[in-house]
Design a protein around this ligand. Sequence first.
Ligand SMILES: C[S@@+](CC[C@H](N)C(=O)[O-])C[C@H]1O[C@@H](n2cnc3c(N)ncnc32)[C@H](O)[C@@H]1O
Length: 257
Amino acid sequence: MKTFTDKIRRAFSDAADQYDILTSLHKEIGRELVKKTVRLNAPRILDVGCGTGYIANKAKFFFPESVIVGLDLAEGMLMKASEQHTGIAIDWVQADAQKLPFKDHSFDLILSNLSYQWVLDIQAAAREAARVLSTGGNFYITLFGSRTCQELFQSLHTVFPDMAIKALPTVAEIANALTQAGFKNIAIDYEIIKVEFRNVRELLEWLKAIGSNSLSDSNVFLGKEALANVDAHYRRHFPYNEGISTSFEVIWGHGGT
Ligand SMILES: C[S@@+](CC[C@H](N)C(=O)[O-])C[C@H]1O[C@@H](n2cnc3c(N)ncnc32)[C@H](O)[C@@H]1O
């Protein structure tokens, strides 16, 4: 029986080839994240959930002398990352954010863009981040919060009342995880970004293409009629011009060690 982690690993590996052309939203947020760190002294940097390596590569640009490690669960993402950044001194490591394969105090800065929402035990992952950071280190993350795609999930639930959907973390849960992990000077912020799609089919296809379809129960078959009903509910309650509007809650977090 496949675990949730197996599903995520497979979904992101399958998405690796087309991931970059479909994720301008992720890149925009990632660029802002890296910008916040460029004045730090960080000889050793870890990018958790590095995907195809966009953030790790940006970090190499701003910190050319630093050792950079990109870590991800999905082998397909790491293959794409090393292929795309050939000749750039970045180490690619396959591992789970909940169990980092590094000694205590191995890094000065951990960056992570839109990945921790996939981690099952956010408290364990925050503890691991604190453990591998040196004293005076920094943890800068973004992740999708609980208000992400609520319009879609609400519409799916009207047609499939029993459909299981993974709950994304709330701002309070992230603040709590960082506090419990012993981070200092914690700062949490969030923003809601609205993205327009033509219809529910286009939104679902996009989520699948970027590997984010493990949020909902894959045992549920979304046939033509069911899809039309979900789309009708969505349009009635969350219309936007000719199409539909979808919310993405981006949580920004920082903690020091
Ligand atoms: C939405 S992508 C973000 C990728 C990249 N950071 C970016 O900004 O484009 C999320 C990534 O997190 C990875 N991931 C999910 N769960 C993980 C875990 N428990 N440990 C490490 N990586 C994980 C996925 O494989 C995927 O590559």
